[in-house]
Design a protein around this ligand. Structure first.
Ligand code: B16
Ligand code: MG
Length: 208
């Protein structure tokens, strides 16, 4: 194996909490029921698809224009929340573990569905850290489609079977499997079917 491709939200940084807050405010504003259980289904899927999941509970039908406005409003709230991100928001063990993996000669990349990945990486002090960044800005299809990881592997000049994909979302594990990568699950994805390894903590990556 030659590289690790990391999901961003929920793996490298705790932006999953900020997504929840922004969607909660948006759903409350519309009087739509939304809780943490529903939020779990939003991990790794695009903004538009996340909104569709939230609207399953809506009492009225939303037009395409109204949906676009809601998605934009959520993103505005989320971008405000992102302003307070600092390197201290990297998840536990991330900084040291990535350094160790680098010393062992692995290439390190990001494979995130988020269009906000560049600003997040800048805020947490990782703007120029990774060897490749594939995110919501360079893909047409969101996870569980493998496109985001296939692009990352291509940027690294590697084949999927030479890369681990580290994910916290079922959609991301499915994407990695569909693309021929070795999926490593953390958090809720540590028990997904088909994973190469489940991590109790991020630094367990050093045992691979
Ligand atoms: P944005 P990841 C994903 O990031 C999030 O998990 C998901 O909740 C979000 O809807 C998606 O990014 C799109 O984010 O609205 O910022 O473009 O886990 O793939 O790093
Ligand atoms: Mg994630």
């Amino acid at each position: 194996m030659k590289a690790f491709i990391f999901d961003l939200d929920g793996v490298i940084v705790s932006t999953d909490e900020l997504h929840y807050e922004a969607w909660k405010q948006t759903a409350d504003g519309e009087g739509i029921f939304f809780n943490r259980e529903i939020n779990e289904r939003l991990r790794g899927v695009s903004r538009g698809e996340s909104l569709e999941i939230i609207l399953e509970r809506a009492e009225k039908k939303y037009s395409q224009e109204e949906k676009a406005q809601l998605a934009e409003s959520k993103n505005r709230i989320y971008r405000e929340l992102l302003k307070k991100l600092t390197p201290a928001d990297r998840l536990e063990g991330v900084t040291e573990t990535l350094e160790q993996l680098r010393k062992r000669g692995y290439l390190l990349a990001i494979g995130s569905s988020s269009k906000n990945a560049p600003i997040i990486l800048e805020k947490i002090g990782y703007k120029d850290y990774f060897d490749a960044i594939s995110d919501g800005n360079n893909i047409k299809k969101s996870k569980p489609d493998p496109e985001v990881f296939l692009c990352a592997a291509k940027m690294l000049g590697l084949k999927p079977e030479e890369c681990y994909v580290v994910e916290d979302a079922e959609a991301g594990i499915c994407a990695a499997l569909a693309g021929g990568f070795a999926p490593v699950g953390i958090g809720g994805a540590a028990k997904c079917d088909g994973i190469t390894k489940g991590l109790g903590k991020f630094s367990d990556l050093l045992e691979l």
